[in-house]
Design a binder for this molecule. Structure first.
Ligand SMILES: N[C@@H](CCC(=O)N[C@@H](CS)C(=O)NCC(=O)O)C(=O)O
Length: 206
């Protein structure tokens, strides 16, 4: 199978860490977003949303959306389990992952598209007020995470899951590309960050 990827892109990175956790071999196809390779008719036939990652199976079928791809991989390669064992754990991990995506990733995304790197591309109308608000929302969310990590080891309680991969990708992208590094005072958040960053699968994707 092939993964359509682009260096530094945080969503494909989530899938790469997931694949590394599963120990699955795959081929990478570099997609140059600066040249619009993700918007060509050939690419849109693979993912009409024109976004990466896309996982293309050997029979040509394609999946987009990072978590949908990871769910597929979990089904085909069940070990190690990253989406939960029993029904409650599956629901809980899904809940935590959705909160990270809907409440944190969305705000980092708003700060990113209204920030200096995207502004230079000149493709989007900039909204500084939206960025000011989303920056504050990200910082507030980091504070919430710090409180949660004071009580729990991982995003979804006491076990590592896909939700940790989603959060790690978000924090690393926000730190490196959006100037939204969590404050050094957030000790519990940084304790979690060190713990998950040390995983061999994460190290292999850095
Ligand atoms: N919800 C999607 C988001 C995918 C996404 O936004 N990918 C970015 C790269 S990290 C992209 O392709 N951006 C180009 C664009 O939106 O045109 C997922 O989880 O995979």
């Amino acid at each position: 199978m092939k993964l359509y990827d682009s260096a530094g892109a945080p969503n494909p990175w989530r899938v790469k860490v997931f694949l590394a956790e599963k120990g699955v071999a795959y081929e990478t196809v570099a997609c140059d977003m600066s040249k619009g390779e993700h918007k060509t008719p050939a690419f849109l036939a693979k993912n009409p949303s024109g976004k990466i990652p896309v996982l293309e199976l050997d029979d040509g079928r394609c999946l987009a959306e990072s978590v949908a791809i990871c769910r597929y991989l979990e089904g085909v390669y069940p070990a190690p389990n990253l989406f939960g064992d029993d029904a409650f754990e599956q629901g809980f991990i899904e809940m935590r992952n959705r909160q990270i995506e809907l409440e944190l990733w969305s705000q980092i995304g708003t700060s990113w598209v209204n920030g200096p790197i995207v502004a230079k591309l000149g493709r989007f109308t900039q909204n500084p007020l939206a960025k000011e608000i989303s920056d504050k929302n990200v910082e507030r969310y980091y504070g919430r995470l710090d409180d949660e990590f004071a009580a729990h080891v991982y995003v979804a309680g006491e076990r590592y899951s896909v939700a940790d991969i989603s959060l790690l990708a978000a924090v690393n992208f926000a730190t490196r590309m959006v100037a939204l590094k969590p404050s050094n005072e957030l000790k519990h958040l940084w304790r979690w960050h060190s713990l998950v960053s040390a995983r061999p699968a994460v190290q292999a994707c850095l």
